[in-house]
Design a protein around this ligand. Structure first.
Ligand SMILES: Cc1ncc(C[n+]2csc(CCOP(=O)(O)OP(=O)(O)O)c2C)c(N)n1
Length: 368
């Protein structure tokens, strides 16, 4: 097992003292350690492509490579700047990528990680990025890290290290930001489902929000056919909801989003805001954290998502039980502050994504 502090010391000793990325559950200890100990040299990016951009700027300004960490789900977000900015055939910018390997072949994982897990290493190979899997032995892992940094510097190129589940020794985040509100997210989801659960169809975002929607439906004795649980594809739920809302103008469509997810592809807010779909309600459950992968902070505690939504063309509204808070001639936006954390015994959807899709389409009267 690798101690996150030893890993950071090794990076610093090898010439990397700037860290950026998007948190991942397999890198939870490492992300928590840099959040606690490297605050002036660490930026949590909104998406993995942005982190590659930031690392590139850091190199241009200092001549030093940065570390970019991500879950392998974020490879897609990073591909464009890796190929058209940092690649040796373009600006040739050294950086080290640290990539959590969800869905590693042979290790059981959630359905959304299986395909990504299979293609993680081949995808880097196709991109021409030298890639190695960090071994479990700490000394060997540190040696591989030193060599990878040297390779990035010598070749002036991105080099990646892939991280298996359980590599990092436990380290718990110390610097928790205070909660924006003491209302648990699952309690708010219950209120929303009690109010709109049988009237609207729902598109829920990646992570705990989808799992809590599923569990709350079970608890309320409601079926799951009105909910599309976007288990992967972080940041795209609002556009998915827009696709449904445009095709079914008489159907209320509610997107239940997270603050991390809405920041990840915030441009979607401008498109949804200008869509004119008054049957679309976009609700962000804001805990100012990437709660589902370890609670690392987002900037959403200090950024007014409501102001942004209003400027994008949404009607900003509040959740009021018993009152229909939508259909203002434009899409509705609600930002609801919630606390961090979830039940320890929170379950996962029992149906496969394919079954979820078929039931949801059936609800919309479409055959799949
Ligand atoms: C492209 C991509 N990057 C990273 C992840 C890992 N990930 C899963 S859930 C999550 C945090 C989501 O945070 P937020 O939307 O604020 O919801 P919360 O978990 O706080 O309810 C992250 C980073 C992912 N699934 N996809």
């Amino acid at each position: 097992m690798l101690n996150p502090s030893d890993f950071v010391d090794c990076l610093v000793g090898s010439g990397i003292d700037f860290f950026t990325g998007v948190p991942d559950s397999l890198l939870k200890s490492f992300c928590a350690y840099v959040t606690d100990h490297c605050s002036d040299r660490h930026v949590i990016a909104s998406n993995e492509g942005g982190a590659v951009g930031l690392a590139s700027g850091h190199y241009l300004a200092t001549g030093k490579p940065a570390l970019v960490y991500m879950q392998n789900s974020g490879q897609g977000n990073a591909v464009n700047p890796l190929l058209s900015l940092a690649d040796p055939e373009v600006y040739s910018i050294p950086m080290l990528l640290l990539v959590g390997w969800r869905g590693m072949p042979g290790v059981h994982d959630e359905p959304q990680h299986v395909k990504q897990g299979k293609v993680t290493v081949p995808l880097f190979e196709t991109l021409g990025i030298p890639t190695q899997v960090l071994p479990d032995d700490a000394i060997a892992a540190l040696e591989m890290t030193r060599q990878a940094v040297a390779q990035a510097l010598d070749g002036k190129r991105p080099v990646s290290l892939v991280v298996r589940k359980g590599l990092f020794a436990d380290y718990a985040l110390q610097s928790h930001q205070p909660d924006l509100c003491d209302m648990p997210r699952e309690g708010v989801i219950e209120l929303i489902l009690k109010e709109y659960g049988q009237e609207a169809v729902f598109v829920a975002t990646t992570g705990m929000i989808s799992r809590e929607v599923y569990e709350t439906r079970e608890r309320l004795g409601q079926d799951h056919a009105r909910d599309f649980l976007t288990v992967g594809s972080m940041g795209h739920a609002s556009m998915l909801a827009l696709g449904v809302a445009k095709a079914h103008p008489d159907q209320l469509v509610i997107c239940l989003d997270g603050d991390g997810a809405s920041l990840m592809h915030m441009g979607n807010m401008a498109i949804v805001g200008q869509s004119g779909c008054e049957n679309l309600m976009h609700i962000v459950l804001n805990n100012a954290a990437h709660d589902s992968v370890g609670g690392q902070p987002t900037v959403a505690g200090k950024v007014s998502l409501c102001d942004i939504a209003q400027a994008c063309g949404y009607a900003v509204s509040s959740f009021m039980p018993g009152i229909r808070c939508y259909a203002y001639g434009q899409p509705t936006f609600m930002e609801i502050y919630v606390s961090k954390g979830a039940r320890k015994d929170l379950g996962r959807p029992k149906e496969s994504p394919l079954v979820n899709k078929a039931l949801f389409m059936q609800t919309l009267g479409v055959s799949s």
